[in-house]
Structures are given as C-alpha cells and as structure tokens.
Design a protein around this ligand. Structure first.
Ligand code: TEU
Ligand code: CA
Length: 562
C-alpha cells in the first residue's frame, strides 16, 4: 500500500514561521540561513517535509502575507542564493519543501497595485477589484483586519474603492481577469522550476468574487465572512490551476480552507475533481473559541464532544480525498495552551497527549514548530507588546466602535496569533538562542526550561516522545493509512478511536481532562500490546482487564490489539 501512495499522504509536515525560527545575523529577525543552520535538527525529528510561511519580498504589514514581489526573497530573510542552498540541503536530507502561495491579494506596494491605483485606464487597474464612486457607497463587505471594519478603501486618483478582505495594505486580486490567473500560474512555475515540491495556499476559497458585488444574503451568511468562500467560479479556477501547473509538475497542494465546512471539503480534494490534494479548515479554533464545556467537572475549557465531531466530520467530509490534520499554526495560539493545561505537573503529559493524538490520526499531519518542545502562549498583558496586524487593528476597531477593548485584550491571551509567533526556544542562553540581537517579538520567559537543548538531554522529554510518535506512525501502516473509527462518542473526557488496516488494529485512548476518566474496554485490548504511552509506568494488560479502561489526567495510550 505504502509504495503506491504519493509522498504527502504519509507525511508529517513541519511548519516553520521563518521570522521566529532562527536568526543568523543578529538583526533579531529569523532568516533563511538560520533555518539552514537548523536543518539537522528538523531532520532529526523524522518529519518528511517543511512548509515555510511566506518568504517573499514584503513590506511586512502582515508578516509576509502582503507580497510586493513574488519572485524575490524578503530582504530580511536573505537572498535567492540562500533560498537555493536551503532547498538543496532540504532535499539532500531526504525532505521536501513546500512554500506559501498568497494569491487572494498582494501588497499595496506590489508593482501591479502601484500601477493600478494611478488611473482607471491603467492596464493593471483590472488586476484588482474596484467599486466606482459614481455608483454610490459600495455594498457592505467586512474586513478581517481593518481598523474601521470595511473591506473597501477609497482611492482618490481613480475615484473608486478597492477591495481588501484583509488589511488595507492587502488589496484583493481580480481572478476574473485571465491575465491575473496567467501571472499566478507563471509565478508558480517559476518556483516549481527551482525545484520546490508544493504549495500551501493561503485563503484559497476566497479568491473568487462575484464582480457585481451583490448584497450579501445575511440569512445564509450571517457572519458575512462565510460568504467570501462561496464565489461563483472558485472550482473552475482551482481546476484550471491544477491542469495548468499542479498536475504538469506533479506538485503537492494544500489549501487553507478559510470558511469551508467539512461537508464542502470533498469538492476541493476528491482526486477525480483534479483541484487540490488537501484542505484544512478552522475547526480547531472554532471548537476552542465557540463551544461550552460538556460537563462542568471535566476541567476541559471547551466541548470535547464537539472536537471529536469536528475531526470526524472532516475525516468523512473529504470523501475519496485525504484529510489534513492539525491543532495549531501561525494563526492560532499554541495548541498546548488552548486544548490542555500548559503548566505545572500537566505540561509534560498534556503536550505528549496532543502529540499522540495528531500523530495517530488519519491524514497528513501539519506540525507547528515548537509544539514538539511543548511551547506555550506568552499571554501579553498590554497592547504595546503585540506585533500582529490582526490584534493591533481589531483592538483599534473595537476602541473606535466604543467596545470593550480591555475584554478583547484579555481574550487575546488565549487566542492571539502572536502567542504562536514568539521565537523558537533552542537553549537556555539569552533570547533562547534565537538571536544575538534584540528579537522582533519578545521571547517567552519559560525558555530557561522549555527548550531543545534541555529536552535533548532527557530521554523522557516531550521532544523525544514526539520523535517516538513520529517513528511509530512510520512503522505502522495502519496508523498512517488505515481507517479511523470514533468510539466513545459521548464520553466527555476521553477521545478514543480505532485505526485499522493491513490486518492490524490499534486502539488510541486519550484523556483530554485533568481528572481521571473511564471508558468501556475494547475487545482484544487485554491481550494486546501498548506501543506508545505518555506516563512513565507500564500500561500493561491489567489496565485493560476490568471491563473498562481507566485513564489518569491527560493520559494517552496507543494499544495494538490482537
Ligand atoms: O489566514 C486567513 C484567515 O482566515 C485568518 O486571517 C484568520 O481570519 C485570522 O487568523 C483570525 O485571527 C491567512 C494566513 O494564514 C494569515 O496569516 C494571513 O494573515 C491571512 O491569510 C491574510 O493573508
Ligand atoms: Ca536575521
């Protein structure tokens, strides 16, 4: 089975936020030579591929998600020669490299937009979306990041408003225009010709717009944003991109499924549709931020039953396609802080439990750098410590609207994106070994104990447990490729499932709560063998004999069934 599968199906993809990984020249900003110097570490984890957040020329309004030149490397990150060297060295270690494709929008400093905004007759005007002022106020469109809330921004020279779903420095490209699509495909070819292995596609469901900009049906799309992902020609564009570039290069693709529901996933990823290989949604943050605990005593700050339903719905929703599994990334705070208890006696078992979870799920695993050492939220106290356009501008917007900015700030301690963007913690030296200079964003003060160097020395560390879990996944085809069956659906503390295939069966039982929890015994567990366990003692047969299995706080067991 393994032989015929494409590489990305069995892969663990390690996501690096270049700004925060390793600084090589003391300017406080991570860079490509920094990543290069740490490739042996990445390779030692056993991961298959690296996904880099945007590394292209950018004024950094949104840390590289505002691109001013798609074919240049951001000055702060290095040169094209640095990139080529990095790509070679990644390949030399048997890993793949995936870049970030940001084509819903460019920077307002991109040459196309600098031209476009000069005149309605400029050939680049139609590269973007405009609402001419003579038609009156543009129809309501909300912005994710704008401090005044609107996604339209007036431009004097053209007497029209341009569309920007994100910040006003991120104007949306007009995919209706075939020249825009041609430019995008050429640019993708440019990077494939250099030898990259695939793209993660930013906000990809948002690229298609109805150029008439009708009023949004608020009954169907009460939040407005979900409307954005349902543009008329979306699947036509993705199919075209597939046949123009992805298929000819045999490239891997994973879409960021902003605003996509699991029932819609198959439309993007079923192989016969020839669009994308994988798509990930915003389910983890939705469950964390929008659900209530199942029972008051579980000690879990959200609904575990909803989390199980969500992962299970995506597993089914991809149809003949393949799931993408993750809990955290650069847009979401640290998974340990959001889904478990990140301090005291719980930190270690919690972090190992989450690793057990992701690495035993069906689907390609997207692992955010730093989670393997159990990095946690920094929880900034004041707005002045934040760097992220999302937090800064929404704080301003709430202030402008006379809302409760203080409550917003308090909420950001749990969910702000900057929590995931603090520097990677290499060792206990100043600034966690990230930089010799002043880091662009504060280092988490816990780095003295939470860091790679310390964890390398402890056989039982989170880091070494992560390596074992990756190895287990590689060694057991059923865990990688087998079927996934949720059991104990209604259990409010335990997430349990079976993975079956190739004549093997595994039971995975995970206690997401800081209290003891029980579940029904599973047939064959008693005679089975424990292959991964996050507590130091044995999880032997006696644990599985009583007719029920008892799990201690955040305990995780992977048991091979006979
Ligand atoms: O994210 C898209 C997206 O929907 C998020 O911006 C989300 O709304 C936000 O994180 C909630 O706080 C992608 C990128 O992953 C993100 O980093 C970029 O800021 C954004 O697109 C614009 O390119
Ligand atoms: Ca640097």
């Amino acid at each position: 089975m393994e032989q015929q599968e494409p590489w990305w199906k069995g892969a663990v993809i390690y996501q690096i936020y270049p700004r925060s990984f390793k600084d090589s020249n003391g300017d406080g900003v991570g860079d490509l030579p920094g990543i290069l110097s740490k490739l042996d570490y990445v390779s030692s984890l056993g991961v298959d591929a690296i996904w880099l957040n945007p590394i292209f020329a950018s004024p950094n309004d949104d840390n590289g998600y505002d691109i001013s030149d798609y074919r240049k490397i951001m000055d702060e990150f290095g040169t094209m020669a640095d990139f080529e060297r990095l790509l070679d060295e990644v390949h030399r270690r048997g890993m793949k490299l995936v870049l970030d494709l940001v084509v819903n929008h460019t920077s307002d400093e991109h040459r196309w937009f600098r031209e476009a905004r000069r005149s309605r007759y400029n050939p680049y005007y139609n590269y973007y979306h405009w609402w001419p002022a003579e038609k009156g106020e543009p129809p309501m469109r909300k912005s994710y990041f704008d401090e005044e809330g609107s996604a339209w921004r007036y431009n004097e020279a053209t007497d029209s408003y341009y569309l920007h779903y994100f910040s006003r420095k991120q104007p949306d490209l007009n995919w209706e225009n075939p020249d825009v699509r041609g430019e995008v495909y050429n640019m993708m070819s440019f990077w494939f010709d250099k030898g990259i292995d695939g793209f993660r596609m930013d906000s990809i469901p948002l690229i298609a717009k109805d150029p008439a900009f009708p009023e949004i049906d608020l009954e169907r799309y009460p939040d407005v944003f979900s409307y954005y992902a349902h543009g008329p020609r979306l699947h036509e564009y993705l199919h075209e991109m597939n046949s123009e570039v992805l298929a000819p290069y045999g490239a891997m693709s994973v879409g960021e499924g902003s605003e996509i529901k699991p029932e819609e996933a198959a439309l993007f990823v079923e192989p016969e549709r020839k669009e994308l290989n994988m798509l990930y949604g915003f389910g983890p943050s939705a469950v964390r931020n929008e659900t209530e605990p199942d029972d008051g005593d579980s000690g879990i700050g959200y609904s575990l039953i909803a989390l199980k339903e969500m992962f299970t719905a995506w597993d089914e929703g991809v149809g003949d396609g393949w799931p993408a599994v993750y809990l955290g990334n650069h847009d979401q705070a640290r998974m340990l802080s959001r889904f478990c208890i990140d301090d005291g006696v719980y930190r270690d078992v919690s972090a190992k439990m989450l690793a057990t979870f992701l690495l035993t799920m069906r689907g390609t695993v997207y692992w955010f750098a730093g989670d393997e050492t159990g990095m946690r939220n920094i929880r900034f106290e004041t707005i002045g410590e934040y760097k992220d356009v999302d937090t800064l501008n929404n704080y301003k917007r709430i202030e402008n609207e006379g809302g409760d900015a203080q409550a917003y700030l308090e909420g950001q301690k749990l969910i702000a994106r900057d929590n995931a963007r603090t520097p990677f913690q290499w060792d206990a030296s100043p600034n966690a070994g990230f930089t010799d200079g002043t880091p662009w964003i504060e280092v988490n003060p816990d780095y003295k104990t939470v860091n790679v160097a310390a964890e390398e020395k402890q056989p039982g560390s989170v880091l070494n447990y992560f390596r074992r879990a990756v190895r287990l996944r590689k060694e057991c085809p059923a865990i990688c490729y087998g079927s996934y069956t949720l059991i104990e659906k209604e259990n409010p503390r335990i997430y349990a499932y079976l993975r079956e295939g190739e004549g093997e069966r595994y039971l995975i039982a995970l206690n997401f709560s800081p209290h003891d929890a029980v579940m029904q015994a599973v047939l064959g567990a008693e005679k089975g063998e424990t292959v991964l366990h996050n507590y130091d003692d044995e999880a032997g047969a006696e644990r599985f004999r009583e007719g029920c299995l008892q799990l201690r706080p955040f305990e995780a067991v992977v048991r091979k069934l006979s």
